[in-house]
Write a protein that binds this ligand. Structure first.
Ligand code: ADP
Ligand code: MG
Length: 319
């Protein structure tokens, strides 16, 4: 039995027609965290989530949810997660109250243990409890889906692109509720292609691209990579080895005259870096800087894709 909330090994998916959406994915989602699965459209996020929920059959690999193998123990595996799918699907003729009651019935939650009122209140839909689902706005429907995913009090809640069609205010309410659930011990997994969202909410972020996991780190570390800035300095003579200085995180020689120096922008500025180069007796002919914010980290990782795992594996955080 795995300690992880979700443990994925060697997961592959080839859809009918031959499209391969996942390639040998390994991923552990720790218990108790808010975990972000971040990636551009078509990366394989929903495929992964839909395999967890049993909506899509995997081609190869093993998945444990809360220690239950989805093949050997699908009942317990399913009981351990609540899923908010990317696509909103409802029977338009049920009210929010009925929707939650039906779902609770489906999971065999006895009447006296149902949380219908509590859930409706938590997602700010108590005043819409008896309205038809078709009369709800997009944001309300999504919040109802979150409540629906929680009727059986699963230890893991998965939200696939939860803020699609949700306005800013409601998004904040949704996040408040997600944080509350997490404070109460629920492990939360969300997929998104918005970096800011992942950065704001998640303890840990995995980045998936073209069906491969290309990064999986605490959010702090990923953001830390965004604190690195690189300056490219062309000097006035040929070098055999790059000069060293305490204010450099890393220095590389490109060709014989260009230095690519990485430094932490919260500790030193470009002027100090250049002064350090000059102290080595080198004249500066040309300078260009590049700054990495989380967006760049993401773009770099997704662009390099396969190479990126090596970069990250090396642990030097340079992009
Ligand atoms: P994401 O959720 O990250 O946007 P998806 O998991 O939905 O990505 O899709 C991953 C890839 O698999 C995409 O290329 C998509 O077109 C393809 N795909 C998704 N669902 C199907 C399907 N039912 N049949 C064939 N290809 C699919
Ligand atoms: Mg998707």
């Amino acid at each position: 039995m795995s300690d992880a909330a979700i443990s994925i090994r060697g997961l592959s998916k080839v859809y009918k027609g031959g499209k391969q959406a996942l390639f040998d994915v390994d991923l552990d989602i720790p218990r108790g965290q808010i975990f972000g699965l971040l990636g551009p459209n078509g990366a394989g996020k929903s495929t992964t989530i839909n395999i967890l929920s049993g909506m899509v059959n995997k081609t190869a690999g093993h998945v444990d949810i809360w220690g239950f193998d989805i093949d050997k123990d699908p009942r317990n595996a399913k009981a351990s997660i609540g899923i908010v799918p990317q696509e909103i699907v409802f029977d338009p003729f049920f009210t929010p109250r009925e929707t939650l009651e039906n779902q609770a019935g489906f999971y065999g939650v006895p009447k006296h243990k149902r949380l219908t009122e509590e859930l409706l209140r938590a997602v700010h839909l108590l005043d819409k409890a008896d309205a038809y689902a078709r009369s709800l706005s997009g944001g309300m429907k999504r919040r109802l889906l979150v409540a629906k995913a929680m009727v059986h009090s699963p230890p893991v809640l998965i939200l696939d692109e939860p803020t699609a069609g949700v306005d800013v205010e409601l998004r904040q309410q949704l996040w408040e509720y997600v944080r509350e659930l997490n404070d109460g011990g629920v492990t939360v997994v969300l997929t998104t292609h918005y970096l800011e969202e992942a950065e704001e909410l998640c303890d840990r972020i995995a980045i998936i691209n073209h069906g491969r996991v290309i990064a999986n780190q605490p959010t702090r570390e990923l953001v830390g990579m965004a604190q690195e800035k690189a300056v490219s300095v062309t000097v006035d003579r040929d070098l055999v080895t790059p000069p060293e200085a305490v204010c450099f995180d890393k220095v590389e020689l490109k060709g014989s005259r260009t230095l690519v120096i990485t430094y932490a922008k919260d500790k030193v500025n470009a002027g100090e870096v250049l002064a350090a180069v000059q102290r080595e007796g080198l004249g500066i002919v040309d300078v260009s800087t590049q700054e990495a914010d989380l967006e760049d980290v993401f773009l770099n990782l997704t662009r390099q894709n396969n190479a990126a795992s090596t970069v990250l594996g090396a642990g030097d955080g340079r992009l």
